[in-house]
Design a binder for this molecule. Sequence first.
Ligand code: GLN
Length: 499
Amino acid sequence: MNPLRTLATARAALDRGEASPAELLSLAEARNQELEAGPEPLNAFLSTRGSGVADEELAAEGPLAGVPVAVKDNICTSRFPTTCGSRILDGFRSPYDATAVRRLKAAGAGVFGKTNLDEFAMGSSTENSGFGAVRHPVDRGRVPGGSSGGSAAAVAAGVVPVALGSSTGGSVRQPASFCGVVGVKPTYGRVSRYGLVAFASSLDVIGILSRTVADAATVLEVIAGHDRFDATCQDRPVPRAGAASELDLSGVTLGVPEEYLGLGLDSGVREVFESALDEVRRAGAKVRSVSLPSTPAAIPCYYVIAPAEASSNLARYDGARYGYRTAAPDRLLDMYERSRGEGFGQEVKRRIMLGTYVLSAGYYEAYYLRAHEVRLAIARDLERVFAEGIDAIFTPTSPTPAFRIGEKLADPYEMYLADVYTVSANLAGIPAVSIPIGNLGRLPVGGQLMCPHWEEERMLGIAHRLEDVIGYVHPLDSAEPATDDAEGRPNAGVAGEEA
Ligand code: GLN
């Protein structure tokens, strides 16, 4: 078995002396090269450290000692370039490590490489990368989701057991769902954003992708906690990883929002979700239907607030300071215009224009302030449901399984709808997690849990028990014959080997 599948398998290989930390990093490189070979490369990484490693760099002790990890390329690292998947940051190298990266290293992890993403994390398919799309690890004709598509694909394909991603509207959970892995979006303020390149600062959080809930909990415990370099990062007790295995489902009430079962939900995804619900009920959890009436406003609200903040955050890429500068500009303004015109891709330009428009005089009240009211209504809806005795809201993570490369590129609104179930947690700032709950043919389907602010420990406890009762088998791990039939029967509930 691949020792890079989970933290547990990697730690076991190290403890038994079957591999050294340097050998695990070389193994990650070999696996990555294998996936890059051939006519349809995965393209999950924008940079890797190559084979071998200076062992003295890795802390010998700690929960991640000797384990290779990957980091989304909008999170700063001094050892690797940080491009945000954008030509405008081509050649940029951060002088410092993000706090989350510093903590991973202090816990003994070795950063293996930086993962591909939609440019500045704007997208749901990783097709918006300035350095080529990422392919789906199971079906190379499809997208891995986005914007943390490189991190999700790298974990699913077994290059690294865990990876950091970032979420502004769904960029950890949605690719996790498409790739059949776990994706955790912590409470806003739980993990320092210091060194996470800003997209929409009131929504952005660093998240985690892994094969198992236990691994995500371990990484969360490492990276969470107060940091004086991020004023929004709160000083609260860090969620303990061990707590994830102590929970009893019979004391848990899950709420299923009726609004989520419309909204363009694919019939196959619905079927997988409903069989997961049956399993969960059989295991003793109570399931109640709940209502989140402001749900249909979540996407429009997000697409006012996120672009507004982005248009301001992205003003700093002017050709003077970071990365790319146009050749032979005439005057200063010409340099700004051409550097930005040439450096940014289409989707980023669309967001900057949208954001500048909704913030402009006369429209500010009509759009931006309005969106803030809607954001509050969405948060209040969620609070009310939790106050009614719901421990966690359980939904499909995305309305569809992984779609085909190119399928949604012509229609940005179609692409935006990929996050219809995930943006509310970002708008409200609450924690959420996606876990794999079944497959449609060979395509993974994810289920999402959302919990009240700061309840990651309980949320991951519930996710861990769901993982047990659902017994998901990843298509890349199962011995079943390969078919690309996206319309196949769901196989939720097929018990499989545990890592
Ligand atoms: N897909 C959403 C967007 O394009 C969310 C992205 C994210 O969470 N970074 O904005």
